[in-house]
Design a protein around this ligand. Structure first.
Ligand SMILES: Cc1ncc(COP(=O)(O)O)c(C=O)c1O
Length: 416
């Protein structure tokens, strides 16, 4: 047993124990390990450092806020200025007017919040039987209660005993499968459909043409709430503010986290369309109370970090870069598809991609081989993913593609 107590998420502690990869410093798209070695952060940490590392403006904003008010909750009638203003700013990104914003600490609790708001909305509007939640195969919605239960990556559901009932998963690329599942469950029993516009952690699966519009329309037709899980896709990853706004659809709720602070401090939120929030905002005392909310909802220091990050996205025109960079990334990675160890390269919509291997048992080895080339990539079930900071350019894209190619060559050489 190691002398250290740290238990890493999603880790084989038998392998990690004693062999930790300790990151000590970050600067733009680069990070450094405890031996001083520099790496390209090819994954923006865990899909969140969209602005790159070490942004002074964010640090200064948090410092200023903490001098003034370091922490205070927003339960009941309590509020703080950064939270009030951030909610208005995020509501302004929604498809329609009058949206409300419910804060939390990350993506997973945003998912639980969205599910509970969906069910409470129907409980308050005379349809309490609408409790069923539908999600997509390969989808990832975090590790909280609801997110685990609606997750589309089977190993993430195993060994935890019974999960939430009244949930089901449909194939990720087939809108008709959603229609069929709603009919099977009963259209008046389904509360919400959870949909990542581009599936991230489940393997970077791009939606087929017309899929997002089709599922949004199916939800609308059946009165099912369409929840766009944009925890990865927002804040420029797809070249737009929320990710789902790349399509001409009007989601009922949008979950966000990660890039909202460029990952610098934990913050998540659900942006709730006016009609969904309406039962809780009647304009007079006596409204139904949503008895829900994590301690750190609306934490002023986290909200200050988000304001500073949003300022940077605006000032440096970072949001559009996700779209500008998608073709250069796809072009740079395309030749890897011809490598005998590669099953498929998925890219072309947003600044993210996956390289899937023929033999998934070799994913860890590829990650390490690419790391030896000075580039960090993320292992997924059957391949590795990349989602670099949006401040990268052609030079970093070439470095990334070159390191992946060299890593594959190293793996091929090791096999003979
Ligand atoms: C699409 C999506 N939803 C939800 C989550 C969960 O977010 P968190 O890890 O902040 O709880 C993630 C995390 O990667 C995610 O990618």
């Amino acid at each position: 047993m190691s002398t250290h107590a740290l238990w890493h998420p999603f880790a084989d502690m038998g392998a990690v124990d004693g062999a930790r990869f300790v990151i000590t410093r970050g600067d733009g798209p680069w990070v450094f390990d405890d031996a001083g070695r520099r790496y390209l952060d090819g994954t923006a940490a865990l899909w969140y450092a969209n602005l790159g590392h070490g942004r002074e403006e964010i640090r200064e904003a948090v410092e200023r806020q903490m001098r003034e008010l370091d922490a205070y909750s927003i339960f009941g009638d309590f509020a703080n200025e950064p939270a009030i203003e951030l909610a208005d700013r995020l509501a302004g990104l929604a498809a329609g007017p009058g949206a409300k914003v419910f804060f939390g600490s990350g993506g997973g609790d945003a998912i639980d919040t969205a599910a509970k708001i969906a069910r409470r909305h129907f409980a308050e509007t005379g349809q309490p039987q609408r409790v069923h939640l539908i999600s997509r195969g390969h989808g990832y919605h975090g590790t909280h209660g609801v997110g685990t239960s609606i997750g589309g990556i089977p190993p993430n559901l195993e060994g935890f005993g019974p999960l939430l009932p009244d949930t089901s998963t449909v194939p990720h690329d087939d809108a008709q499968a959603l229609e069929d599942e709603i009919q099977r469950v009963g259209p008046d029993r389904v509360a919400a459909f959870f949909c990542e516009p581009v599936i991230g952690a489940g393997g970077v699966h791009l939606p087929p043409d017309g899929y997002i519009e089709a599922v949004a329309e199916i939800c609308r037709r059946h009165g099912v709430l369409f929840v766009a899980d944009c925890v990865i896709c927002a804040f420029g990853r797809l070249g737009t503010w929320l990710g789902i706004d790349r399509w001409d659809v009007a989601p009922d709720m949008v979950t966000i986290a990660k890039g909202v602070t460029s990952g610098t401090l934990p913050l998540g939120a659900v942006i709730v369309a006016e009609a969904v929030a309406a039962p809780f905002f009647p304009g007079a005392p006596g409204a139904p109370v949503l008895r829900h909310g994590p301690t750190y909802a609306g934490h002023p220091a986290c909200c200050a970090a988000a304001h500073a990050a949003l300022d940077l996205y605006e000032r440096e025109d970072v949001i559009a870069r996700g779209r500008l960079l998608e073709r250069p990334l796809a072009d740079a990675l395309a030749p890897l598809a011809d490598h005998p160890l590669v099953a498929e390269v998925r890219s072309g919509l947003g600044f993210l991609a996956a390289v899937e291997l023929v033999d998934p048992a070799r994913v860890g080895a590829l990650q390490m081989a690419v790391r030896a080339e000075g580039v960090l990539v993320r292992p997924l079930g059957r391949g590795v993913a990349v989602s670099p900071p949006l401040v990268c350019g052609q030079e970093e894209i070439d470095l990334l593609a070159g390191a992946l190619g060299a890593g594959l060559e190293a793996l091929a050489a090791a096999a003979v």
